[in-house]
Write a protein that binds this ligand. Structure first.
Ligand code: KG4
Ligand code: ZN
Length: 355
């Protein structure tokens, strides 16, 4: 089985071809990994960086300019023709609707012309299922999904079966990284820059809060931490390079402590659902953060679970995760109508309801 996946929900234009591997990773469930045959990603960061964030109009136009060529390149690299595909998937949201329409319309047009099944993929579901493509993780598992727009802890029980255990009551974690970076004069997107500045920083120099620590429900709140950091930065301004590094290290360490604590509580909640997760899975752009991964690894070891975090290039937005979600859905016969709409908002728990 081979599927083309198209991603245009934010500031990455991406197209990929993924196939279904031969060997089952889990004899009981028969879970099979994915094989990435091509994974083309074009970032628009340079076009948005002057504005300190993604400009929806610019994003939509930039997707239109490159999407055809990118799909052609992915097919070429994979050595596959459109006729040889088993399905065509595109992210139908959630995201910036102008951009979503570009990828969605391209996928629909190709599906119509080639007479192939079309799959409208929820971008969050694609992040959520990536660990099955890379590591063949069997259901159920606990997912920490942390990206620029979303932060949630989810019990993943099957394709389209998601129970949200907790989420953020204000900023997403990636958004907090981006805002802190902006405040400290670092480029957009902030996450990778904060992480690299933190490498030479002292995480203990500033006393920053660990929001929500110990709360019984695994929710997040990042705005208090962001404000505390701003107050420290203003107190010692002007900032030297070392000050910026220390603030980044302090922030990253506070976020990691919070994430580990919240995930520990979510694992307990998961147990209350009378299930034991097969793994702890991290996904989304923030999952690329090495300090966060180390914190989650310590937690996983402590509770005797395997931590699965995709390779860094599959943490951020990409076409392979969309193609894989397409494969998962296609295997279950979940194909979509060409009238499937582009959605700005599309909560993970509502994915199944739209079939
Ligand atoms: O999943 P993603 O590529 O796009 C969305 O769906 O939002 O996530 C992008 C977010 C950005 O906020 C970015 O700053 C953050 O992920 N991010 C990171 C790192 N790499 C990307 N945050 C912390 N550390 C990183 N290394
Ligand atoms: Zn994403």
């Amino acid at each position: 089985m081979r599927v083309l996946g198209i991603e245009t929900t934010c500031d990455e234009t991406a197209a990929a071809i993924v196939g279904l591997g031969d060997d089952a990773t889990d004899a009981l469930s028969g879970t099979r990994r994915g094989v990435i045959l091509a994974n083309e990603v074009l970032s628009q960061i340079a076009q948005h960086s002057a504005y300190g964030g993604v400009v929806p109009e610019i994003a939509a136009r930039a997707h239109v300019e490159v999407i055809d060529r990118l799909v052609a390149r992915a097919l070429d690299r994979a050595g596959v023709t459109l006729d040889e595909l088993d399905g065509i998937a595109a992210a139908a949201g959630p995201g910036l609707v102008g951009g979503v329409i570009v990828g969605l319309t391209t996928a629909k047009a190709l599906a119509l012309v080639c007479g192939k099944p079309f799959i409208a993929v929820n971008h969050l579901e694609a992040h959520a299922l990536t660990a099955r493509m890379t590591d063949g993780v069997a259901f159920p598992y606990l997912l920490l999904l942390a990206s620029g727009g979303h932060t949630q802890l989810v019990a993943v029980r099957g394709v389209g079966e998601y129970v949200k255990l907790g989420g953020t009551i204000d900023d997403a974690i990636g958004e907090a990284f981006d805002k802190v970076a902006k405040l400290l004069g670092l480029p957009y997107p902030g996450g990778p820059h904060v992480e690299s500045a933190a490498r030479v920083g002292d995480p203990l120099r500033f006393q920053l809060p660990r929001p929500m620590l110990g709360r019984p429900k695994p929710d997040f709140s990042l705005s208090g931490l962001k404000t505390a950091l701003r107050i420290e930065a203003e107190r010692i301004a002007p900032l030297s390079e070392q000050d910026v590094a220390d603030l980044c290290a302090g922030f990253q360490s506070a976020v990691t402590d919070t994430v580990v604590d919240r995930t520990r509580v979510a694992l307990r909640t998961f147990g209350d659902l009378a299930e034991r997760p097969t793994a702890l899975v991290a996904a989304g752009g923030v999952a690329a953060n090495q300090t966060m991964r180390r914190g989650l690894q310590r937690l996983a070891t402590e509770v005797g679970l395997k931590l699965v975090a995709p390779p860094v290039e599959l943490c951020g937005d990409n076409g392979a995760m969309i193609a894989w979600a397409g494969i998962e859905r296609l295997q279950l016969g979940l194909i979509d109508d060409l009238a499937a709409p582009a959605r700005a908002r599309w909560p993970l728990e509502e994915t199944k309801a739209h079939r």
